[in-house]
Design a protein around this ligand. Structure first.
Ligand code: ADP
Length: 232
């Protein structure tokens, strides 16, 4: 590990403890306020603080994930689950936070896979959150599935700003951001890097087809479980 990576590892671990404590305190305050109607006017501030704490937690978790990846320590905790159900649940969660876009899911409801549920959810949420973030004027995001033999491809399509052709090759690199988007949209350029590392660890593939000002389709593949046989 070089000095920069080492610093990032130590800093993100150090940030994790206080933020966990702030989060716990906010939950406690929220409970107390709930019991006293005269404190009702405080509730929106608690909600605002909680949202920001969640954002910070996500940033710290991304930094910690990068540290794990750099150290070759991103471990998978695999189990059997229905990918379709995971996606429906994740979309529901995303819509609770931001419902400016309608997310349409087209697909089959029996998609058994053997993978790390939390990590696949992380990849999918990343793609959905990006699709929403980088298509501020669009109304819809589409989620699709395609099965070929024992491979399932999950795709997330947006109708947003797109990615210039010459930038596509670097889009999954660590800290990479397209310059003109980085001025208008906040971010660290880590989500796609982490997602691609997670999919690689699952022996899958990840990619994007995009056109400037038209939109992007990000996709990834995972192995389907056919007749309960896990192939590697
Ligand atoms: P972040 O969004 O934090 O910058 P990501 O790793 O998720 O980091 O994405 C890297 C870069 O790829 C973004 O900064 C943006 O320029 C581009 N990008 C990602 N998703 C999309 C998308 N759906 N549409 C257009 N550009 C995208």
């Amino acid at each position: 590990m070089n000095r920069k990576d080492e610093f990032m590892s130590i800093a993100s671990h150090e940030l994790k403890t206080p933020i966990t404590s702030v989060k716990a305190s906010l939950q406690l305050i929220d409970k107390m306020v709930g019991k006293h109607p005269q404190l009702e006017s405080v509730a929106p501030f608690i909600s605002k603080a909680s949202k920001q704490v969640n954002k910070l937690t996500n940033i710290i978790n991304d930094l910690l994930d990068v540290t794990k990846i750099q150290a070759g320590k991103l471990q998978l905790n695999e189990s059997f689950f229905n990918l379709y159900q995971l996606i429906v649940d994740s979309v529901e969660q995303c819509q609770l936070i931001d419902n400016r876009h309608k997310i349409l899911i087209k697909g089959n409801n029996e998609l058994k896979i053997y993978a790390d549920r939390d990590r696949i959810e992380q990849v999918f949420c990343n793609l959905i959150n990006n699709a929403i973030k980088y298509s501020p004027k669009a109304e819809e995001v589409h989620v699709g599935f395609e099965i070929l033999d024992d491979q399932i491809t999950v795709s997330v399509t947006d109708f947003g700003i797109g990615i210039p052709a010459e930038k596509v090759a670097n889009i999954f690199d660590r800290f990479f951001r397209v310059e003109h988007t980085s001025k208008n949209f906040s971010g660290l350029g880590l989500g796609l890097y982490i997602s691609s590392e997670i999919i690689k660890q699952h022996n899958g593939e990840i990619g994007v087809i995009s056109e400037t000002d038209k939109g992007s389709t990000f996709w990834f593949t995972v192995k389907l479980i056919v007749n309960n046989i896990v192939t590697t």
